[in-house]
Design a protein around this ligand. Structure first.
Ligand code: 13P
Length: 253
């Protein structure tokens, strides 16, 4: 069975105080409401990694992640943050290839493949994002398009390394738009991706990989999306900035 994961992506939001307040609320609700069986991840901006990790403390089941890392190990890359640094601050996950990184920062599949490798070498679990634009969805070529993103970004990995990766399917037209993919649309894509993985790495690995859905997941649509066979969790933007909404999504799983 794939691990069930609900991951928040704060994107470029939250001052220090706001981040502390949000994290404390999430940790308290998580404990008070006896949540278990789901790995919760807070993918925070770099400066929050350490303080958020400290606030989580010994709470079991909540992990910290980053939203990006450099494709280089270390050295003269002013302004960059390495995967090794991220891991050294106690993070377990790193988002790689979010559509905002692909479109706003021109990150292509070759660069993302390098980032995935360096993240794995540093002991981090990459949450590899993929997803199609509205144009591609309307042209009906979304499945081959997203399969290709996986091939290019991940299929150079050894089977052992691939088994450590988490995938997040985030249709670009559903991100921050309030438009969610229907649960059937999500299931169709997730199932196609699992088959694609099975063809490359075998059925056993494909059956174990967590494939998350992201794109306007909210408390009122989460249960439907998360009930689908091949949907193993969610990657949540806007709703992860509100403690009650985020916890309600986790609880709906
Ligand atoms: P929203 O949940 O705000 O649509 O964002 C999804 C996302 O991009 C998560 O990475």
């Amino acid at each position: 069975m794939p691990k069930k994961i609900i991951a928040g992506n704060w994107k470029m939001n939250m001052t220090f105080d706001e981040g502390q307040k949000l994290t404390s609320e999430i940790v308290n609700m998580y404990q008070d409401e006896s949540i278990s069986g789901v790995e919760v991840v807070l993918n925070v901006p770099f400066p929050h990694l350490m303080p958020v990790k400290k606030l989580i403390g010994k709470a079991q089941g909540i992990e910290v992640g980053a939203q990006n890392c450099s494709d280089q190990a270390s050295g003269a890359y002013t302004g960059e943050v390495s995967a090794q640094m991220i891991a050294s601050f106690g993070a377990k996950y790193v988002i790689i290839g979010h559509s905002e990184r692909r479109s706003l920062f021109q990150e292509d599949n070759d660069l993302l493949a390098k980032k995935v490798k360096i993240a794995l070498d540093s002991g981090l679990t990459p949450i590899f994002c993929c997803g199609e634009s509205l144009e591609i969805r309307e042209a009906g070529t979304h499945i081959p398009n997203v399969k290709f993103q996986l091939t290019q970004g991940l299929f150079d990995l050894s089977a052992e390394n691939f088994a450590k990766v988490v995938i997040a399917y985030e249709p670009i037209w559903a991100i921050g738009t309030g438009k969610t993919a229907s649960s059937d649309q999500a299931q169709e894509m997730h199932s196609a991706l699992r088959k694609h993985i099975a063809a490359q790495y075998g059925k056993e690995i494909a059956a174990e990989v967590s494939i998350l859905y992201g794109g306007s997941m909210k408390p009122d649509n989460a249960q439907d999306l998360l009930s689908k066979k091949d949907v193993d969790g969610g990657l949540i933007g806007g709703a992860s900035l509100k403690s009650r909404d985020f916890i309600d999504i986790i609880k709906s799983y």
